[in-house]
Write a protein that binds this ligand. Structure first.
Ligand SMILES: Nc1ncnc2c1ncn2[C@@H]1O[C@H](COP(=O)(O)OP(=O)(O)OP(=O)(O)O)[C@@H](O)[C@H]1O
Length: 602
């Protein structure tokens, strides 16, 4: 037993070096020669590659080597336990109680080590996966949010679907599956080799109907496992499509329920419960039909698996029995044959399941690198050139087009001085909102130069966005709420006539659906007063308010922020009184500017 431990140690060191070198060379080859290898390296390379002078950057590689060492030791421990079981049963056969108890004690020691090793391997593996997931999530999320790629990606030639799923689910499955596949492959290869050697040594000739088969056990093992694998794959294959369909059908059912919740008021006002229920039940019926298809397929699949695994239990005994009865092998070798047979079967079954996992893994790689590509393309889309920071807003030779190429604004030259208010008018669809988007750098179908003042620029949309969280964080958005003293926030609430919400400042709610459209618009004006931007765009920001309230809010902004430049879009004629100049979009790219009589006096 001592020599078994010594030789085991040597084996572990040798196998570790071999696996590390082999994995490195194979990884290098795959990363250079295959698409999925290149995709993997693009996503994971910077995490694993150590950087000179940065000791912490060695950690992921060292932890990966530790996981490899634990994997190799795990396989060897299985072999040692299998050999010990051989000795244990042989001692029973020979009625050698001393050898029996020695084998029991040895088993207890090795089994304890095995339990500890398994737990340590799990912990270290999870540590690596969690850190890797955190790192990858940060990379992908930052990439998506930078350069407004999350918004402008809709304008690229081939927009991608569900970026949120790619960030939330695919990052998780990428890191987890990468680790499972790599170490599962190494462990299965080592197990396959180790237990095939044992099977080889235990195999002998088998004579059937006058024909002698040399090394019968290992030949039968491989033939049986390969044939059964083909059968199981054929029967199980439709399950992949069915489970994919289950995810889609459930997502569609869930989405339609969410839509009912989000549009509950409109549905209730229409009394649309009946038709909604019909639609929901139709979707649910599709879910159930698919569940039944999975059940019937599983009956065939599990049935085949059960039959095969029962045959696998008795097959090695049947093949080795003649050799045992003629005393060519001991009872220990007899039982070890069955053990090694099931270990080889287990190792080979990894390759079968890995095949399916690998197909899903490649789709994950495609989705993640597709997201990074889309982000990069979105950042490459044109934005109006920005020259030096200016006191107000300066626009030189700005062309704005529809996606189809038709002009919305031709060669616009414009200056809005600090404290000046400009009203943009034009009939519906003439391009007013699109012009504001272009000035904000969001619309990609543009040419020209836009110079904006230093300091904050705020864009107030018709339906202001309120983030998830407290009312306080909704008012101070996009600044962090702790920046503003409580008294300032409360004062602003009073100013925009939302004082009644003061006691709810720190309540977390879905404020987007809680507040009325008019209250949301007033909150957006509160934001402007708090953040004191250098330039503010109002895009029909008072459409839900009466003229009196609109007038009061604009006057408040003018009094509190006398140096802020304002560009507004609106249809109401009353707006003219608040602005000094107007820009009228005439259609087909034409435009004109003019002064507003008495503008800006209110
Ligand atoms: N994301 C988009 N994709 C394609 N076309 C768009 C997109 N956004 C706007 N457009 C088109 O650009 C044109 C100008 O739209 P825009 O919203 O700027 O008009 P508007 O003058 O603000 O209209 P309204 O007064 O009705 O709000 C419209 O023909 C519109 O269909």
């Amino acid at each position: 037993m001592v020599e078994e431990l010594t030789s085991g140690l040597l084996w572990v060191v040798g196998a570790f070096v071999l696996c590390a070198v082999g994995a490195f060379l194979l990884g290098l080859l795959l990363c250079r020669r295959t698409k999925f290898g290149r995709q993997f390296w693009r996503l994971a390379g910077p995490f694993f590659k150590p950087r000179r002078g940065d000791r912490a950057s060695w950690k992921p590689l060292l932890v990966a080597l530790l996981v490899l060492a634990l994997t190799v030791i795990g396989v060897r421990v299985d072999v040692i336990i299998s050999n010990n079981n051989n000795r244990l049963f042989t001692s029973l056969q020979e009625l050698d109680s001393g050898a029996f108890w020695r084998a029991i004690v040895f088993f207890c020691v090795v089994a304890s080590v095995s339990v500890v090793l398994t737990l340590v391997a799990y912990l270290v593996g999870q540590l690596q996966v969690i850190r890797w997931r955190q790192w990858t999530n940060a990379q992908v999320l930052t990439d998506w949010l930078s350069g407004t790629a999350y918004h402008r990606a809709r304008f690229i030639d081939d927009p991608i679907d569900n970026p949120e799923q790619r960030i939330q689910a695919d990052v998780d499955s990428f890191t987890d599956t990468s680790q499972t596949l790599v170490f599962g492959l190494i462990s299965s290869m080592l197990g396959l080799v180790s237990f095939s050697i044992i099977l080889w040594n235990l195999s002998g000739p088998l004579t059937l109907f006058g024909i002698t088969f040399p090394k019968a056990l290992i030949v039968v093992a491989y033939v049986f496992i390969l044939v059964s694998t083909v059968i199981v794959i054929r029967i199980g294959r439709p399950l992949i499509r069915l489970s994919f369909l289950a995810e889609r059908l459930n997502a569609s059912y869930r989405y339609s329920l969410i839509r009912v919740r989000e549009n509950s008021e409109a549905i209730a006002l229409y009394g649309g419960e009946g038709i909604e229920e019909r639609g929901l039940m139709n979707r649910f019926s599709a879910v159930i039909a698919n569940v039944w298809a999975i059940v019937f397929r599983n009956l065939k699949f599990n049935g085949t698996n059960l039959v095969i695994s029962q045959i696998a239990v008795i097959l090695p005994y049947m093949i080795q029995a003649p050799r045992f009865f003629t005393r060519q092998i001991t009872l220990g070798q007899f039982t070890q044959s069955a053990d090694a047979f099931s270990q080889v079967a287990g190792s080979l079954s990894f390759f079968r399941s890995a095949y399916d996992t690998f197909a899903a893994y490649r789709a994950t790689l495609d989705r993640l690198t597709g997201l990074l590509d889309a982000d990069a393309q979105a950042r490459m889309l044109p934005v109006p050139l920005r020259s030096r920071p200016t006191a107000g807003l300066e626009v030189e030779g700005l062309d704005v087009f529809r996606p189809t190429g038709e002009p919305l604004v031709n060669r616009l030259d414009l200056t809005v001085e600090p404290g000046e208010w400009l009203l943009v008018r034009g009939r519906s669809g003439s391009g007013k909102t699109t012009l504001l988007r272009s000035l904000a750098g969001l619309w990609p179908y543009v040419r020209g130069v836009v110079s904006r003042p230093q300091g904050q620029v705020i864009f107030c949309a018709q339906q202001p966005y309120l983030p998830l969280g407290t009312l306080r964080s909704a008012i101070t958005y996009p600044a962090p709420d702790e920046v503003f003293p409580d008294a300032a926030v409360r004062q602003v609430l009073e100013d925009v006539q939302l004082g009644h919400l003061g006691h709810q400042l720190d309540e977390t709610k879905d404020w987007m659906t809680t507040l009325s459209p008019g209250e949301r618009q007033r909150l957006a004006f509160g934001r402007v007063l708090l953040l004191q931007p250098s330039l503010v765009f109002f895009d029909e920001s008072t459409s839900a308010l009466d003229e009196g309230m609109e007038h009061a809010l604009y006057r408040l902004v003018r009094e509190r922020l006398p140096h802020t430049s304002v560009v507004s879009v609106g249809h109401r004629s009353s707006l003219g009184a608040s602005h000094q100049r107007e820009l009228v979009l005439l259609g087909q790219g034409a435009w004109t500017t003019g002064s507003l009589v008495g503008g800006g006096q209110t």
